[in-house]
Write a new protein. Structure first.
Length: 287
């Protein structure tokens, strides 16, 4: 298994979205790196032209959203080959996907659907992750989901499931701090305990994003919509994550209600400031 040629930078990166392609090419903003969603770049045309231009100037990561690693049917061979071709062409510093499923019986569901955390599902995901890594000839990162319902039978805690997956396959974990917060609030869990339960040596990237607060009939549900700035609660949790996983690079995601590029860059610089504060002051800022 090969590894990425470029080391992840300390400065936060941003998700590269089509609306910002021209501005990023023209202005070359001072951000650490760029992340692309693989499925948006599998064809040619303007997206690939912009990507080919920008990957000469920035480290790039490839974040898949459609491989459906939780599918009991296994990976779709054609889609796997298309993603592998993109990875080979781009030579990204990181490749990541989600702990979720979206395909069954040949039908694609346009969502990242959750899994029950059982030994059976762990075996399914591990087999699919191993196949993905063998095809790409590199280690991949698997992202924790945001969830809104809990399975009646899901005996393995999510951090333990991710840790077991990393141990079985050699993959790393992409720890989405906003997802941890969203799921913890929705299910009445302890977000700090979640982070502390993840082994220190397996987190290779951190994600940050905003979420929507929905209130109905006295019930509050957080929706992971990536459509706003990072909240204070998530910043505080992020500082804890930085202290526990100081080598993991950070990415700002903003996928709906996308702001001007300058606002996205400001959010990345805020992440840099929170990271520096956490590393400088240590546990005193972790509360």
């Amino acid at each position: 298994m090969t590894v990425a040629a470029r080391e992840p930078p300390n400065e936060a990166g941003i998700g590269l979205r089509a609306v910002h392609h021209a501005a990023v090419v023209a202005s070359q903003p001072a951000v650490g790196w760029l992340e692309i969603h693989a499925e948006n770049y599998l064809g040619g045309g303007a997206p690939r032209y912009a990507l080919d231009r920008l990957r000469r100037d920035y480290p790039v990561s490839v974040h898949g959203v459609g491989l459906s690693l939780g599918s009991a049917d296994g990976l779709d061979a054609r889609h796997l080959e298309r993603v592998a071709g993109l990875v080979e062409a781009v030579a990204p510093m990181l490749v990541s996907e989600h702990l979720a499923w979206s395909v069954t019986g040949g039908v694609y569901h346009n969502d990242l659907l959750p899994l029950p955390y059982t030994e059976e599902s762990l075996g399914v995901v591990a087999a699919n992750v191993s196949r993905l890594q063998e095809r790409l000839r590199r280690r991949v990162l698997i992202e924790n989901p945001s969830t809104y319902l809990r399975f009646g039978h899901s005996p393995i805690a999510e951090p333990e499931f991710l840790a077991a997956l990393a141990e079985r396959t050699g993959c790393l974990i992409l720890l989405d701090v906003n997802n941890v917060h969203v799921s913890a609030v929705n299910h009445g869990l302890d977000a700090v305990a979640y982070i502390e339960a993840i082994p220190q040596g397996v987190v290779g990237e951190l994600h940050l994003a905003g979420h929507h607060v929905a209130r109905e009939d006295g019930v509050t549900i957080l929706i992971d919509d990536h459509g706003s700035a990072v909240t204070d609660d998530v910043w505080a949790l992020y500082r804890r994550a930085v202290r526990r996983f100081p080598a993991a690079p950070t990415l700002i995601e903003w996928d709906t209600n996308i702001p001007p590029l300058e606002r996205l860059i400001a959010e990345a610089r805020a992440a840099d400031a929170h990271r520096a504060r956490a590393l400088e002051h240590g546990d005193a800022v972790a509360a």
